[in-house]
Design a protein. Structure first.
Length: 55
C-alpha cells in the first residue's frame, strides 16, 4: 500500500473513532470504559498518522 493510501486509511479510521466517541458521549448512560478504549485507539491512530506524515 502506498504512503498516501495508508494515510487516507488511517484518517478515515480516526474520523470513524471520533464519531463513535461522540455517539457514546451522547448516550444517557455513557460507558466510561468504552470511551476510554475508543480514545486510546484514536490516540494510537493519531500517533501513527503523525509518524507517517513526518516520513
Amino acid at each position: 500500500m502506498s504512503l498516501i493510501g495508508r494515510i487516507s486509511e488511517l484518517s478515515a479510521k480516526h474520523r470513524n473513532l471520533d464519531e463513535k466517541i461522540s455517539d457514546e458521549q451522547k448516550r444517557p448512560s455513557a460507558d466510561g470504559l468504552v470511551l476510554k478504549d475508543l480514545k486510546r485507539q484514536k490516540l494510537r491512530v493519531k500517533e501513527q498518522l503523525r509518524h507517517l506524515k513526518a516520513s
